[in-house]
Design a binder for this molecule. Structure first.
Ligand code: SF4
Ligand SMILES: [Zn+2]
Ligand SMILES: [Zn+2]
Length: 308
């Protein structure tokens, strides 16, 4: 198997592109795919400052490396969710990556700020752990980005993640979620910072290969809270289709973003937002002006984050 670009020995085959690449051409290919996604969806401009959501896993670290290679000014934000050994190890991978590349990594400790970790918050609020995690992450990404004057928050959602989410939303006809699922969620006047997903043209096999081939160490284990997550079943279903017909995921998600999504516009209701009376984050006016994150917190707590 030869590299499509330089004809040297290939180290990876990507069936949906009907191509194989050597190490260097593969890394270049990944950079090009991210640059293409950014341009195609008007995600951000060259001079903008981007806050990268870092979990310590392959997607977020590959994303941070690629955005930096492409010349974007970036800082990372890692949120310690207090999930035992998983959090300890992922925290270390995030810090090691930032130190090796001399990049700024901001760190939030959920237990310190909120008084609960993900499991504790789930027990006391009777919500699933992933819901507590999602509320906490959304809160902190937006708060740090808006207070730090960042132009956009970049997350490591890849082609496999986004196509599985789309499949799940369509299977349940959650049309308001379908209408809101985009490669870019624009900033709002109410205080939400723009969110972008630059990895939507790369599958998770490619982000893993990117890390291995460029010497990035990352946490390989899945978060223990992910067990039983229906998203994993949708990913598995799409893998069967992808094996049978390479390119299915790209066609499904790419087609949706370029001409399917607009057909769902208007399916999501416009929600009037106000400032949370505790933390000033944007929150729906109907929720007694207290955001979902503050409602999870014991009342004596207040917030703060550190640079690490
Ligand atoms: S699996 Fe759930 S708890 Fe774990 S990081 Fe993902 S959303 Fe958070
Ligand atoms: Zn090559
Ligand atoms: Zn709040």
């Amino acid at each position: 198997m030869k590299c499509r670009k330089c004809r040297e020995a290939a180290v990876i085959e990507i069936r949906r592109h009907n191509a194989a690449f050597c190490r260097d051409c593969f890394l270049e290919h990944c950079n090009r795919q991210v640059a293409k996604a950014i341009k195609e969806h008007d995600m951000c401009l060259e001079r903008e400052h981007i806050l990268v959501a870092i979990s310590g896993g392959k997607d977020s670290l590959a994303l941070w490396a690629i955005l930096t290679d492409l010349g974007y000014a970036t800082s990372g934000l890692y949120i310690d969710l207090g999930i035992g050994e998983y959090s300890e190890r992922s925290h270390k991978f995030a810090v090691d990556f930032a130190n090796t590349r001399n990049l700024e990594l901001k760190i939030v400790d959920l237990t310190e700020d909120a008084g609960f970790d993900v499991s504790g918050g789930a027990r006391s609020s009777h919500r699933p752990p992933c819901s507590v995690c999602g509320i906490s992450k959304r809160h902190w990404f937006n708060k740090v980005a808006s207070e730090g004057g960042f132009d956009a928050i970049a997350t490591g959602h890849n082609l496999d993640d986004e196509s599985a989410t789309l499949l799940g939303n369509l299977l349940h006809w959650q049309v308001e979620y379908v209408a809101r699922q985009g490669a870019v969620l624009p900033a709002t006047n109410d205080g939400f910072v723009r969110k972008i997903k630059p990895l939507i043209r790369l599958g998770e096999r490619e982000t893993a290969a990117y890390c291995v081939l460029s010497g990035i160490d990352y946490i390989v284990d899945e978060c223990p809270m992910a067990a039983g997550n229906t998203g994993l079943a949708y990913k598995a279903a799409l893998s069967v289709l992808e094996d049978f017909s390479p390119g299915t995921r790209q066609m499904f998600l790419g087609g949706f973003l370029s001409h399917g999504r607009e057909r769902f516009f208007g399916a999501d209701e416009e929600v009037r937002l106000v400032s949370c009376r505790v933390c000033a984050s944007p929150t729906p006016a109907a929720d007694d002006a207290e955001c979902a994150y503050c409602r999870l917190k014991p009342k004596s707590r207040h917030s703060g984050f550190s640079d690490g």
